[in-house]
Design a protein around this ligand. Structure first.
Ligand code: AMP
Length: 213
């Protein structure tokens, strides 16, 4: 099963992608996580991606498409995957569609986690991420047991540069301009499913499970 998560930054698609990954035994492939791992390791790819990410802009398609295609060609992806944060532009979606069609394959579900902009800014400013393992929390909705400390590895939690309010506004306008058109793209492929992302994490997940079976 090949699943794409759509939705504005902060809509909760990463959390849902992880829950889907666990329940259905599919690898969770997040281009944002791949870029962050490269930044942490100081690779050339990481250095280049960071310049865009810190401004709330998209990393250029050539770079993003290559890392994604390399990732989904790995062995653990042969029975499917959940894509979180890819595609984010129509050209990215077309490259994925072409690559899959060469294998006689296609995306099975594109799940749009729908959350209005007003809710997004509030949600993202409360988000905290672990500096070491990348686990994410929310000071109101998914607080760690001890304030500022990661439950999983005990490291410090921070507000990521790309979750700061100015950056969030930039990311939202990039989302509306470049990513939202994917909703119509996948609707035209008859694989689009919409879920209300404003309800609790578990309720969102329940509606996704009702779709995936
Ligand atoms: P995310 O963790 O998915 O919110 O991604 C964080 C940042 O990484 C985004 O704001 C972009 O700068 C970059 N990024 C992640 N995925 C993509 C993509 N598919 N295309 C371009 N840039 C991306």
């Amino acid at each position: 099963m090949k699943i794409i998560m759509l939705g504005a930054p902060g809509a909760g698609k990463g959390t849902q992608a992880k829950m889907i990954s666990e329940k259905y035994g599919l690898p969770h492939v997040s281009t944002g996580d791949i870029f962050r791992a490269n930044i942490k390791n100081g690779t050339a790819l990481g250095m280049e991606a960071k310049q865009y990410m810190d401004k709330g802009l998209l990393v250029p398609d050539e770079l993003t498409v290559k890392i994604l295609l390399d990732r989904v060609a790995q062995d653990d992806c042969k029975n499917g995957y959940v894509l979180d944060g890819f595609p984010r532009t129509i050209p990215q979606a077309e490259v994925l569609e072409d690559a899959l069609s060469k294998l006689g394959d296609k995306v099975d579900y594109a799940i749009n986690v729908d959350v209005p902009d007003e809710n997004i800014i509030n949600r993202m400013s409360g988000r905290r991420a672990c500096v070491t393992c990348g686990a994410t929390y929310h000071i109101e909705y998914a607080a760690p047991q001890k304030e500022g400390i990661c439950d999983k590895c005990g490291s410090e939690l921070i507000l990521r540069d790309d979750d700061k309010p100015e950056t969030v506004k930039a990311r939202l306008s990039v989302y509306h301009e470049q990513t939202q058109p994917l909703i119509d793209f996948y609707k035209s492929r008859n694989v689009l499913k919409e879920v209300d992302g404003t309800v609790s994490m578990q309720e969102v997940f329940d509606s996704i499970v009702a779709i995936l079976g």
